[in-house]
Ligand binder design. Sequence first.
Ligand SMILES: Nc1ncnc2c1ncn2[C@@H]1O[C@H](COP(=O)(O)OP(=O)(O)OP(=O)(O)O)[C@@H](O)[C@H]1O
Ligand SMILES: [Mg+2]
Length: 334
Amino acid sequence: MFKEIIGKSKSSEQVRAFISKASKLDWPVLLIGETGVGKEVVAWNIHHLSSRKSKPFVPVNLASIPFPLAESELFGHRKGAFTDAKEEKTGLIEDCGGGTVFLDEITECSLDLQAKLLRLLEYRELRRVGETTMRNVDARFILATNKEPLKEIKQGRLRRDLYYRINVLKLRIPALRERKEDIPLFIEKFLQELKEGFREEKRLSSKAWEKIMDYSFPGNVRELENLIRRAYIHAGGKEIKPEDISEEEEEEEEEEIPVKLFKEMVIKGQSFWQVVHRPFLQRDLNRKQVKNILSLGLKETGGSYKKLFSLFHGGEGEKDYKRFMRILKLHRLQ
Ligand SMILES: Nc1ncnc2c1ncn2[C@@H]1O[C@H](COP(=O)(O)OP(=O)(O)OP(=O)(O)O)[C@@H](O)[C@H]1O
Ligand SMILES: [Mg+2]
């Protein structure tokens, strides 16, 4: 199914022009834009117009892979390269079968891995973890971030050399609030899809339109889509009224989990290793949640990590404390 780029604003025209240009070249691409602006759809369109279109499109979100595992997930590993490497494994990049790899949230991987990505982009070669030889790979790379690259470079989360390597084919996708004239087209499309799905047509009242056009959509197109779906379901009749329209609830779940785990340590006396570290390694907790837990703790301890370590029942000795600090550093959780 082709996901067409919707929008009639000048910036949407520019997005389409960029896609057309980028699809003719096999160079790395950088997409910048807030969450939900359509970075992945743009990447998908570039791939599907390129000479690699019959090969796979492989999205990889670097924020969802824990730091220590990221290199082997992407590049693969030799059997025995580390404790859990029971078998030899090819990584996502070698597995992409000559297609396009979409690396999302590039500032969320270590600087060391970024250096390896740079090498991969420059020479199209990689080394599996634990191996000594380089392997050639046939793939096209599209990278994305929802952060401001220059700021990330300053703060040490993005390598300057990697940024300048991908800076050539770069597109900044504006937020939806900066191209409000696109909103009606999106709404029409979403209502049309709902009509087909539910076999019932619903329209927005003029007051409902006003309410939507006033809204700033921090979650961009994804948020607009969810808002329209909720309003459609909520509306009793054929007309969607302002009271059917509700804003996105704050990321309640993400907030709740850190508070719960914080209490498990601080009130129930469970240890950081059990409650936070293990689920994090098993990817049941993401970095953002761990950071939230840590900042709840740091508020209690007035910013002291030493006190945080004992508040979270990290252990008795200096060795445990060092391990704790090493892990925070390794995952850039400080
Ligand atoms: N111009 C567009 N045309 C059609 N659909 C769009 C467009 N922009 C965004 N969408 C839709 O909005 C939703 C969010 O888009 P997408 O996942 O590409 O955003 P993103 O920038 O990758 O977000 P995130 O940073 O959260 O990963 C998707 O359902 C996508 O199909
Ligand atoms: Mg995305």
